[in-house]
Design a protein around this ligand. Structure first.
Ligand code: T1G
Length: 690
């Protein structure tokens, strides 16, 4: 026996305890221990077996760290079948998160019990694979095809109550998983309960699997795993169990071999590495109980909502009683959403909007706040005024944060007497929904202030990425190049809908022009004006977006932007925009030509990769993986491609350099290769190794 699985014989019940922290992943030792444990229980003459997890959770799935390595027996599907085939009564007692192979072990058991806080699911599609240990064969037999498809293709976690209602588990009991499991096993033995092998249940009723496959594929926007998982469930309806298991294994191994699985696993581990900064080794964050938020517009209200939902007290400052009331309305509106989705109950809603949230128009109200974040108008003078007041009012040790999207955090810090307490916390709107948080570290930001920023990000469930100070930090600096490349392609012969279609084809939820219509063309316009004084005069400037703003086409909020938004939702292509583009191209004497989707994608992606390489080389981002997370969590880059730099490594720095040199013939300024790309190409290294 390995010590990854403890074995005890308590009367006629054998107890197998998973002891593989932190998440009892079903690595080789655990699988071997379970297999040997079942065999030993049978030899010891036990009548029942209890399987449960020590520590934080029941098995949280196969050991993802083994992915890509040659699989070692016992394979997980065989183990589940071995458990199910035992003549003993096998009970799984779940707590924490019984996910993937963990839930499949439980489905191979004959009875399933859980503590009320247990969560479970089959999230394999989220990491590019599919249930590969019988999940697509057993779950449909247990709860039917429709419900199984929902759980398997979404990868969502469900709570114990929903699992009980669905019939996935038999019992919910309060108490330690070991105790409730033992009691349940004894009860089953005493009542003479039979073994219940799910594989012996009848095949489930089928659905129209071809239609389901197409619908799921379309929804996945290029991600294969959810759609392929549909074919696994189909096998449960059409093949005998053993054949169905073989079919599931074939499909699973096909997905295991895809770049998409690599991309999604890369994103999974990158998210868990991003907050582990060497500079924060041994650095404790400052206390964080009360958050001050200045400015209750969309952004400030979103930040306040996220903070309230995480259990922090919030003091919101606005300019007037009316503005404060409007801010309260926005926050309550956000929390109504959480209430409707069942994230919080009415009592929680009342608490959050009652005692947890206070509003004021007086800076003095911030004097006890542990961290204050301003989300006021994006203007340096306005922000400096705010920080001057914070410097005077806030208690010593309070962290003073700016939510600026572009502005120089060093300049803001410099007007306070405590620059070490100043940091940038760049949230993305809506701040209670978007996962990305750029933590902008100024020259004088103290390490424990940085640690406090990361602690806040973790508390709010954000993907927090460290960024250095520059115009646009990481994400917006890359976005500026993305838009510049798009405007250039448009000026030289394309149009907004062709460009958008090309990037949706790549896997974005929407293209750059539809996205701009949502955020408003005036924001980028204000940034371009701010940059007028420092823009390289030799750099080609595309004036179309300025012309759009001049024509009042500010985007969806005014009903017209790059697209027209007739009442009732939806968007339409607007021939007037094409006329504007042609007119500007005529003024600029541009000889226009058609661009294919591939040409558009290549130009926009290479432009972003080039800028990202400079960001990496300047140390604004600590790693290529950090840039991947920014693009995925904040800008819609398809997660199954692993992020911008993981995608760049599928091309390789040499190919990126060749493309840049090709485009530089047209425009040597805009397409000047970043020095890092030239170095990596020469050294034969990847961006991940930079
Ligand atoms: N394998 C290996 N390591 C894992 C792991 C896993 N399945 N899950 C988590 N870890 C590591 C993680 O990298 C981190 O390591 C530490 O545990 C804490 O994780 C055949 C093939 C379970 C909800 O997809 O969703 O089963 O950084 O920071 O926030 O059908 O981890 O400390 O070194 O996330 O409390 C299916 C993935 C696998 C679950 C816990 N299972 N994990 O969240 O902690 S495929 C999953 C999670 C499968 C079968 C197929 C979460 C969590 P380090 P953490 P957390």
């Amino acid at each position: 026996m390995t010590d990854a699985i403890g074995y005890e014989l308590l009367g006629d019940i054998a107890v197998l305890t998973a002891q593989n922290p932190p998440v009892n992943a079903l690595g080789y030792d655990v699988r071997t221990g379970l297999w040997e444990g079942i065999e030993r229980a049978e030899k010891d003459g036990a009548r029942a077996v209890l399987i449960y997890g020590d520590g934080a959770t029941f098995f949280a799935g196969a050991d993802i760290k083994e992915f890509g390595k040659p699989p070692k027996e016992p394979y997980l599907p065989d183990l589940c079948t071995r458990i199910e085939a035992s003549p003993l009564i096998v009970v799984s007692s779940m707590h924490g998160t019984a996910l993937g192979g963990g839930l499949e072990i439980a489905l191979g058991s004959h009875y399933r019990i859980a503590v009320p806080s247990a969560r479970m699911g089959l999230p394999e599609v989220l990491i590019g694979v599919m249930p590969g240990a019988g999940g697509t064969q057993r779950l449909p037999r247990l709860i039917g095809v429709e419900r199984s498809l929902d759980i398997i293709t979404s990868g969502r976690q469900i709570g114990a109550r929903e699992a009980l209602d669905l019939g996935i588990i038999d019992r919910i009991e309060d108490g330690a998983p070991r105790d409730i499991g033992l009691a349940y096993a004894r009860e089953l033995l005493a009542s003479g309960a039979p073994r219940r092998a799910i594989s012996e249940m009848p095949a489930p009723e089928p659905v129209d699997f071809d239609a389901t496959y197409e619908a799921v594929l379309k929804k996945g926007r290029g991600q294969l795993s959810p759609a392929v998982a549909v074919r696994g469930v189909q096998a449960a309806c059409e093949l005998p169990f053993a054949e169905g298991m073989k079919r599931e294994r074939e499909l699973f191994m096909e997905l295991m071999a895809t770049d998409q699985r690599q991309g999604l696993i890369h994103a999974f581990f990158a998210e868990r590495a991003v907050g582990k900064l060497p500079e924060l080794e041994g650095v404790d964050p400052r206390p964080l109980a009360e958050l001050g938020v200045i400015g209750g517009g969309t952004m400030g209200a979103g930040i306040a909502t996220a903070a309230l939902l995480s259990g922090l007290g919030v003091i919101m400052l606005e300019m007037s009683a009316e503005a404060a009331q409007a801010a309260r309305g926005r926050i309550e509106g956000n929390l109504q959403g959480a209430l409707k989705r069942g994230k919080i109950d009415q009592a929680k809603f009342d608490h959050l909007t009652g005692t947890a949230l206070r509003l004021s128009t007086d800076y003095d109200a911030l004097k006890n706040a542990d961290l204050v974040i301003e989300a006021v108008f994006e203007d340096m003078e306005v922000k400096k005024q705010v920080f001057g007041k914070l410097d005077a009012v806030c208690k010593p040790g309070a962290v003073l944060a700016t939510n600026t999207s572009y502005l120089d955090v060093n300049e803001i810090a410099a007007i306070t007497a405590r620059p070490a307490d100043v940091i940038g916390l760049h949230f993305f709107s809506p701040a209670h929904v978007m996962k990305l948080l750029e933590i902008v570290v100024a020259d004088k930001s103290a390490p424990d202030v940085v640690a406090t920023g990361f602690a806040l990000g973790k508390r709010l469930g954000k993907v927090s990425v460290r960024a250095g100070v520059c115009d646009g930090f990481i994400g917006n600096r890359i976005l500026a190049r993305y838009r510049e490349a798009a405007d250039t392609v448009m000026m030289d012969g394309s149009n907004p809908w062709e460009v958008d279609a090309a990037m949706v084809e790549f896997g974005y939820p929407m293209g750059p022009y539809e996205a701009q219509d949502l955020s408003g063309l005036d924001i980028a316009h204000a940034n371009r004006r701010r940059q007028d004084a420092t823009r390289d005069p030799a750099r080609r400037y595309i004036p179309i977006a300025d012309r759009m703003v001049a024509e009042g086409r500010l985007g969806k909020k005014v009903g017209v932007g790059w697209y027209r938004y007739p009442g009732g939702g939806g968007k339409v292509e607007d021939p007037l925009v094409e006329d504007l583009v042609r007119e500007e191209a005529h003024y600029a004497k541009v000889a226009r030509r058609a661009f294919t989707g591939d040409e558009i994608r290549t130009r926009l992606l290479i432009a972003m990769i080039n800028e990202a390489a400079a960001i990496l080389d300047e140390g604004i981002a600590l790693s290529a993986a950090d840039i991947d997370l920014v693009t995925v969590a904040g800008y819609g880059f398809p997660r199954w491609r692993g992020g911008l730099m993981h995608h760049a490594d599928t091309l390789g720095p040499k190919a990126v350099l060749e493309a840049l040199r090709r485009f530089a013939v047209e425009d040597p300024v805009a397409w000047k290769p970043a020095a890092l790309i030239e170095r990596l190409a020469a050294e034969g290294k990847s961006f991940a190794e930079a």
